[in-house]
Ligand binder design. Structure first.
Ligand SMILES: C[S@@+](CC[C@H](N)C(=O)[O-])C[C@H]1O[C@@H](n2cnc3c(N)ncnc32)[C@H](O)[C@@H]1O
Length: 330
């Protein structure tokens, strides 16, 4: 789940409280008990309708909140195939789920490799869940650099041993490229102005921290133009994160390929948290509907108001799902 909340915006606070300085150490995710409330849990369980003995694939296991309940429904004779490209998340989920199910397989990989992994295991799925984006534990860990509310290194990588951190990307790209990222991945109205601020600022000294990026946004977006319901840096952080993780690249095709791993009558559910993710989910499901799948509902399901009150990070969630009609195209 971005602000990067898991793609849900955070409420606006007075400018002087926008950033809390990080106290290194005990706040780091590895050292605390990370928490994440699974979004639309009841709806996901109802939609996936997991029965005892099912093969359940969780492509985004996170802290294992959804998986725990899906695994309980699959029972001791069920199978869980779990993916997360964040090693720390996968390790937490493994600990949480170790008492459940007989057969469990763990992949610290991009969920785009689900088809190959299932083929290797000789399995097809009864239920597949993709709960896209980040979870609260990742957002709330200042050392990951996903949060505009806490100062930390401007990193945003999923695997911190690989790839280019956000700071290096923003210090390297041309103005037009940064603008495209902010517009394409964040639908940011002030993409040009923010990109210009970033380029101006890095001439003085390279961007290093989340605070550096938040300051660029605050200088670029006029106070009168800000939406009082969300932090002005929400869209920028979401966009930069998508550029760093490349999480939208090939997503639509990946969802189609993953859907084809279902057994007849199997179901796939996708939870999206911003327009870029939901567009991919919607298009993938429309494509699957042309080849032997049924969209379970044409319009996405949304969280109940009570859930949004309890867990504001759920408020941008959209749930879509398909069922493979018995004997569909292989
Ligand atoms: C919203 S959280 C999932 C939370 C989980 N459903 C729970 O109840 O704890 C999304 C998780 O998916 C992971 N993730 C996002 N995109 C991924 C990808 N392409 N491949 C593998 N993992 C991914 C993130 O690291 C994060 O842990």
């Amino acid at each position: 789940m971005i602000g990067t909340a898991p793609c849900a915006p955070t409420r606006l606070r007075p400018a002087e409280r926008l950033l809390r300085r990080v106290v290194a150490g005990p706040l780091a995710m590895e050292a605390t008990n990370p928490r994440h409330e699974p979004v639309m849990l009841d709806q996901v369980l109802a939609v996936l309708a997991v029965r005892p003995g099912s093969v359940v694939v969780d492509g985004t296991v996170g802290l294992g909140g959804h998986s725990e309940r899906l695994a309980e429904a699959a029972g001791a004779d069920g199978t869980l195939v779990a993916f997360d490209w964040d090693e720390a998340m996968l390790a937490h989920a493994q600990r949480r789920l170790e008492r459940l199910l007989l057969r469990k397989y763990w992949f610290c990989e991009d969920f785009r490799s689900i088809p190959e992994a299932l083929e290797g295991l000789g399995l097809r799925a009864d239920a597949i869940l993709l709960d896209l984006g980040l979870n609260s534990a990742q957002v709330d860990d200042p050392l990951r650099g996903f949060s505009f509310l806490q100062e930390g290194p401007l990193d945003m990588r999923m695997d911190r041993g690989r790839g280019e951190p956000a700071s290096s990307l923003l210090n390297r790209l041309a103005l037009g490229e940064i603008e495209d990222i902010l517009r394409d991945y964040g639908d940011e109205r002030f993409a040009r102005a923010i990109a210009r601020k970033i380029v101006e600022r890095r001439k003085l000294r390279p961007l290093r921290t989340t605070r550096d990026l938040v300051e660029c946004v605050l200088e670029a977006v006029p106070p009168k133009a800000r939406d009082p319901r969300i932090h002005p840096a929400t869209r920028t952080f979401q966009a930069v994160r998508c550029a760093v993780t490349r999480e939208l690249e090939g997503l639509e095709d990946a969802l189609v390929r993953i859907g084809r791993c279902l057994k007849p009558e199997g179901r796939m559910a996708v939870l999206a948290y911003h327009s870029g993710e939901d567009r991919c989910a919607k298009r993938a499901m429309r494509r699957l509907a042309e080849e032997g799948f049924e969209e379970l509902f044409r319009k996405p399901l949304l969280p109940e108001p009570e859930e949004v009150r309890r867990n504001p990070r759920s408020r941008s969630a959209k749930l879509r799902a398909v069922r493979r009609i018995g004997g569909g195209v292989e």
